[in-house]
Design a binder for this molecule. Structure first.
Ligand code: CU
Length: 320
């Protein structure tokens, strides 16, 4: 069944059938239940329609059929069966919800994810890490995610990892997830949040506990200091050209909070929430005219000459 469903899905990297966590597995069981029940009903209705059309179609010599008004037994059956199905699925859903959203108790969140127009921020309580867009999590450990929003309602959904949860300004929502195996899990913001909603992709980087701890240690460090002349020039531009009023780079005077933290920008594989790979060429394009790359993004266009762009890019690239 899995194989057939895979064929039907155009992009199975975001498939609910590719569960990679016990929470997703449970939701998956419910999905199959719904699909099977709905398929049976569809089959029954199509068969009855065909049967009736063929069996009772007009034939030579047919008379007008006997006219009846109502049939108590049939009506009870037609209301009763759907009612039993709806009640059954209601309690089944409640049961699954209870299993994937257990009580938090005194558990502190392992990661706080904040939705912004149109990027993700991830902070790790107890560390100085303020990451963006590529969200690193360990495998094999039950993780509590705290989900919030900075501006409008966003919605967290990585299908393979299960639960989908709204991120509402001024509220804290929670999701538990236990990731089965290392890998990249993709998702997307699932609540329309403005012009670039479609480019608010999620990328969860699931790592073994050892790799994850290494990542935490590296990312807790302050930003690398530029060494070559071009990067040094870029750093100076960054601090003066108001980039620093929106972006923070730990260990420098840049402490803006409007845009993604760039302390370790150079170590990210992708940029602009999965819109493109993090390459020199793409950074150049972005800095030349952000509004052309991601129209509406909350980063203004600066009128930079190609030399300034090259210097800024050189600086950003070495922020590993
Ligand atoms: Cu969003």
């Amino acid at each position: 069944m899995h194989g057939i469903l895979d064929l039907l899905l155009i992009n199975n990297s975001q498939s609910i059938f590719d569960s990679a966590s016990p929470q997703a597995q449970k939701i998956n069981g419910l999905d199959y239940g719904f699909i099977i029940a709905a398929s049976c009903i569809l089959f029954l209705i199509i068969s009855l329609t065909l049967f009736i059309t063929i069996r009772y179609r007009y034939k030579k010599g047919s008379r007008e059929p006997e006219q009846t008004a109502g049939n108590r037994k049939l009506e009870i059956l037609m209301v009763g069966i759907p009612l039993i199905l709806v009640i059954g699925f209601f309690f089944w859903s409640l049961n699954i919800m209870g299993a994937i959203l257990p009580d938090r108790g005194n558990h502190k969140p392992d990661v706080i994810i904040t939705g912004h127009q149109w990027w993700w921020q991830a902070t790790y309580p107890g560390t100085s890490i303020n990451a963006a867009n590529e969200i690193h999590l360990p495998v094999g450990k039950k993780i509590l995610m705290q989900l919030e929003a900075a501006d409008v309602i966003h919605d967290w959904w990585v299908p393979s990892l299960g639960g989908k949860m709204d991120m509402i300004p001024g509220m804290h929502n929670y999701l538990w997830v236990t990731i089965d195996k290392p890998g990249i899990y993709e998702g997307a913001c699932s609540e329309f949040c403005g012009q670039q909603h479609a480019w608010m992709r999620i990328r969860v980087v699931a790592q073994t506990l050892t790799d994850y701890k290494k990542w935490l240690a590296e990312h807790a460090l302050n930003a690398a200091k530029p060494t070559d002349t071009l990067a040094k020039l870029g750093a100076a531009l960054f601090m003066n050209a108001s980039c620093s009023s929106c972006h923070s780079i730990r260990g420098t005077s840049a402490n803006g909070m409007q845009g993604p933290d760039l302390t370790h920008f150079g170590s990210r594989q992708t940029m602009l929430t999965g819109m493109m790979d993090n390459t020199t060429e793409n950074i150049n394009k972005w800095l030349t005219n952000p509004q052309k790359v991601k129209p509406g993004a909350h980063m203004p266009r600066f009128i930079f000459g190609p030399d300034s762009v090259r210097a800024l890019t050189a600086y950003l690239n070495q922020l590993k």
